[in-house]
Design a protein. Structure first.
Length: 346
């Protein structure tokens, strides 16, 4: 085992609330590492509605999920957080000195003084295709996430799904793959209208084969996937020869290992003290959609408020001998220096 990364805090979840938690901790001189199960920063905003408008962020009349994430990333730049993506926290153990030892699914280790669970509704896992024999092919010829687009160049690709991920990859591969077949269970798509229009134009031109139906069987030879069976709404079965099968059926949130950390759990959410958003374990805080308390509202702006109070509570927990003063970014020279800005003149 490599020596663990030692840091003040670890934030589990890189969605908007997790990103704002970085900012609030940074103002209090608390350094943080951020872990997320997804391959990019942004949480639900990026995975579920990157291009859909959000109207209830204070002082921002409208922005997309992606724009909000980009603004938050810009805001936390002065604090140089380190992100560890595409991995889940698998174990969390409190040490004799009060710190927490965290291990991830990629066998990374962290030793920290405080933990912030900002995991939204849980770690997102891909919805899978339930067919006998398919599990043995995952990450060989069957993929739920794409980590290396180059491996599909020149291949016969079948893509399943009707959302942004499915259509984005279909459009990406149309000039790179030997062939692209797009399968969706109905002739309506949840992707952006621009992507749907491009896909239909390429389908009409014969550059993408569009099939309306569902995969009902797979065929393999010597451990290698060779064909899939697609059944349409009339019950007609069509066999498709392929090299790779890319499945984008959406993501399903699961509480996962968090349920095994000895925290008080209520209806698959983490119970917290609303004075400081600490869990039943000292030093572990929960903010955003993952927590529950009387009157809880699952709003991004509520998560921002929770992150601020959790940061002050964590600062007192991490350094109880240090006096924590409330300072304002409008007037504090110390915060101006931390943020790398010049004081405003009025």
């Amino acid at each position: 085992m490599h020596p663990p990364i030692e840091t003040d805090a670890v934030i589990i979840g890189a969605g908007p609330v997790g990103l704002f938690q970085v900012f609030e901790l940074g103002l209090l001189e608390i350094k943080a590492h951020v872990i997320d199960s997804l391959p990019e920063v942004g949480g639900q905003c990026i995975e579920l509605y990157p291009d859909k408008p959000i109207y209830d962020i204070p002082a921002i009349p409208v922005c997309t999920g992606r724009e909000l994430v980009n603004k938050l990333l810009k805001q936390i730049e002065p604090f140089a957080p380190q992100f560890h993506l595409n991995q889940e926290v698998s174990t969390l153990e409190k040490q004799t000195d009060g710190r927490f030892l965290i291990t991830t699914s990629q066998n990374q280790h962290f030793l920290c003084k405080a933990v912030f669970i900002a995991a939204g509704v849980g770690a997102f896992q891909p919805r899978t295709l339930n067919l006998e024999g398919i599990e043995a092919l995952v990450d060989r010829q069957v993929f739920y996430r794409i980590r290396d687009p180059g491996q599909f160049t020149g291949k016969k690709i079948v893509i399943c799904g009707g959302g942004d991920s499915a259509l984005d990859w279909a459009l990406h591969f149309v000039e790179k793959a030997a062939s692209v077949t797009l399968i969706h269970r109905r002739d309506e798509f949840k992707a952006t209208p621009q992507s749907v229009a491009k896909m239909r134009a390429l389908s009409a031109a014969g550059e993408i084969e569009l099939l309306i139906g569902q995969i009902t069987g797979i065929e393999s030879s010597n451990g290698k996937l060779t064909q899939i069976a697609v059944t349409n709404i009339k019950g007609t079965v069509q066999k498709i020869t392929l090299d790779s099968l890319l499945l984008f059926y959406g993501l399903s949130p699961k509480l996962g290992p968090i349920a095994d950390w000895g925290l008080d759990i209520d209806r698959k959410q983490v119970a917290v003290d609303t004075a400081c958003f600490q869990t039943s374990t000292l030093g572990i805080f929960a903010v955003g959609d993952i927590n529950i308390y009387p009157g809880k509202k699952k709003l991004i702006l509520s998560g921002f408020h929770e992150a601020a109070l959790a940061a002050f509570a964590a600062a007192a927990y991490i350094a109880p001998e240090k006096q924590i003063q409330l300072q304002y970014t409008t007037t504090s020279p110390k915060l101006h220096k931390a943020l790398g800005v010049s004081p405003s003149t009025f």
